[in-house]
Design a protein around this ligand. Structure first.
Ligand code: SF4
Length: 424
């Protein structure tokens, strides 16, 4: 989607974004400095892994999936994935993994814009398979490469109800991790420090949720495409005071926009929900295409993945275990369907877009009939876009544009939507 005929400039950006840029730069340079100067232990953590343990033990934390997203958005991914394929990592597996390992092998990184020559080298890698098994294989590559410990939680997946027995099992795994983390950190885990980290994660989660929920307003002040940028601190600074401060700033600005009736787009005729991964290398093009169609993508499963309602500083480990299991990606089709029905109503969407990402079956939710069931239960039109998070060979610009334009025409034919959908 190199260009589109029907494009429109979104409204001017957020005032908070200048702080966002500083914060992200401070994060990357801070972890890099710690890795080079050995001034603090450095860990890599999966994006919805148990980061609070690392914060409490004084680790500087780097998130390779965030690096994967940067590789996709900067389109460096396309140049480097082949290096990982050449050493046996299939083109069919997670293209974050192949982008990141390819970038390591090719000695390239979009973090060069922050003065880094490579992703910071860790003393330990910590994963949770609550999202997918791929993260473990990804981290084990680096564990072998650098002879550093790879530890983690082997989680449940496809859960219907989250039962106490599931939470107990994950809590025990978290407890069992502590000695390995303490050994690398060179200090004992202070329970008060863990409570503080969980409290900050919960505050960050609540504020991020508040920001996302601002788009329940008409017009929506924040689109999915804005949120994929604004979510940076919720991903890489969860458990810190800085992330909380940032979302206080953003939430206040969004509240101002809502009070003034200012939407993210100059005009909002239709409202859509996005399920699945972003298509990082086409974010800007897709944002412009939807804006040109006066269609606001007002909410997404993806950006809500960093909302952890179960976190509770009074019961840190157990609440971390529960939060990790309640995530959408770790759930069965029934809870996923109920979640999407609730979100469709809350955000008053006229249609749902499912991105079927070729290399991420874990976060593609149209492969077991969910879209068809939602069409029946919510009576909301559904569009399925074939693509990928980072591998743009799986994405056709022309086909996506044609399908999106046809979908919006279908909404036009159906007329203005009632709250919560309502199209036959
Ligand atoms: S959830 Fe998907 S995109 Fe994320 S690491 Fe796993 S396979 Fe890759």
């Amino acid at each position: 989607m190199a260009s589109t005929d029907r494009t429109a400039a979104p409204e001017p950006g957020f005032r908070a974004s200048s702080r966002l840029k500083e914060l992200m730069a401070e994060h990357f340079t801070g972890v890099d400095r710690a890795a080079r100067e050995k001034s603090a232990p450095v860990a890599w953590c999966t994006s919805v892994g148990p980061v609070e343990l690392l914060r409490a033990l004084g680790f500087q934390v780097f998130f390779p999936e965030n690096h994967g997203a940067l590789l996709g958005a900067s389109r460096v991914a396309g140049e480097v994935m082949g290096r990982a394929h050449a050493i046996g990592y299939s083109p069919d597996i997670c293209s974050y993994l192949t982008s990141d390992i390819g970038a390591y092998l090719a000695r390239k990184t979009p973090l060069s814009r922050y003065g880094l020559s490579a992703a910071p080298r860790p003393d330990l890698l910590l994963y949770s398979t609550n999202q997918c098994r791929e993260v473990r294989d990804w981290f084990e590559f680096y564990g072998r490469e650098w002879s550093v410990p790879v530890v983690g939680v082997t989680s449940f997946r496809d859960l219907g109800e989250v039962e106490d027995s599931h939470v107990d099992a994950i809590t025990r795994q978290l407890e069992a991790l502590v000695p390995a983390l303490e050994a690398v950190a060179g200090r004992r885990l202070d329970p008060a420090a863990l409570e503080l980290a969980v409290e900050r994660s919960r505050t960050c989660s609540d504020l991020w949720r508040q920001c996302l929920e601002a788009s329940a307003a008409r017009p929506a002040p924040l689109t999915f495409f804005d949120a994929t940028i604004q979510m940076g601190p919720a991903v890489v600074l969860r458990g810190t005071a800085e992330a909380c401060d940032y979302y206080r700033l953003l939430a206040a600005e969004l509240a101002e926009r809502v009070a003034a009736g200012r939407g993210a787009l100059p005009r909002e005729r239709f409202r859509l929900y996005w399920d699945g991964m972003p298509i990082w290398g086409r974010l800007r093009d897709l944002a412009s295409l939807f804006a040109g169609l006066e269609t606001s993508v007002v909410a997404s499963t993806y950006c809500n993945s960093w909302v952890f309602d179960a976190l509770d500083p009074r019961d840190p480990l157990r609440s971390m275990a529960r939060a990790s299991l309640e995530l959408f990606i770790a759930r069965a089709e029934g809870p996923k369907q109920r979640y999407l029905e609730r979100m469709s109503r809350q955000f008053q969407v006229d249609g749902l877009v499912f991105h079927d990402a070729r290399t991420c079956p874990n976060n593609s939710n149209v492969r077991f009939g969910l879209a068809q069931r939602l069409r029946r239960t919510s009576r909301v039109p559904v569009l399925v876009l074939d693509g990928d998070l980072n591998d743009l060979r799986c994405f056709s610009d022309e086909q996506a544009r044609t399908n999106i334009e046809a979908f919006v025409e279908q909404l036009e034919d159906a007329g203005p939507a009632a709250a919560g959908g309502g199209h036959p």
